[in-house]
Design a protein around this ligand. Structure first.
Ligand code: SF4
Length: 172
């Protein structure tokens, strides 16, 4: 597949392996979440996203809020919603596997929320703190380096990222 083969639909990239959820599908799928008190899905998430928290916001119609919950824990949440092996992480741990034999579609819900935020165009949900006067160098523009730079920027530090390759993003 070439870059030119990609197109942006109302929910984001529309040529992904798995089709995006419609709003109705997302509401219905989110409604399957039990909002577990000690959510096994969160324990299984390497980035510790508050999964029931963002699913609840989708159910409330607060999709931008859902995206902010995701991105606050993992600024790469949009990418991860497409490439993260959810079937062996959060979705494998989801208690809906017991009884219904089918987890809540956490990855697709995450994608629904982050795509919706991007589709709004330009409304970054974070605010940079006042300049701290400090300058930080980050070596490597892969996911870890970019996430680190984002967190440092939020705290008002000026960040320079050094990357040997011509394009940032690393594994992404
Ligand atoms: S384990 Fe499943 S049902 Fe429980 S909070 Fe996570 S997604 Fe919802």
């Amino acid at each position: 597949m070439t870059a030119a083969a990609h197109s942006i639909g109302p929910q984001g990239l529309d040529d992904d392996l798995v089709p995006p959820l419609t709003t109705l599908q997302a509401m219905a799928e989110g409604g399957r979440c039990l909002y577990c008190y000690e959510p096994a899905c969160v324990s299984a998430c390497p980035t510790g996203i508050d999964i029931p928290g963002f699913i609840r916001r989708i159910g409330d119609g607060n999709v931008a809020g859902a995206a902010k919950v995701i991105l606050s824990a993992n600024i790469m949440g949009g990418t991860c919603s497409r490439v993260c092996p959810t079937e062996i992480l959060c979705e494998q741990a989801c208690v809906r596997n017991t009884g219904e034999d089918r987890p809540v579609a956490i990855g697709r819900l995450q994608r629904f929320a982050t795509d919706a935020l991007l589709a709004r165009g330009g409304n970054h949900p974070f605010v940079r703190a006042a300049d701290s006067g400090k300058r930080v160098a980050v070596v490597g523009a892969g996911p870890a380096g970019l996430a680190c730079a984002h967190r440092l920027s939020l705290q008002g530090h000026r960040v320079d990222i050094f990357e040997a390759r011509p394009k940032p993003g690393g594994l992404n």
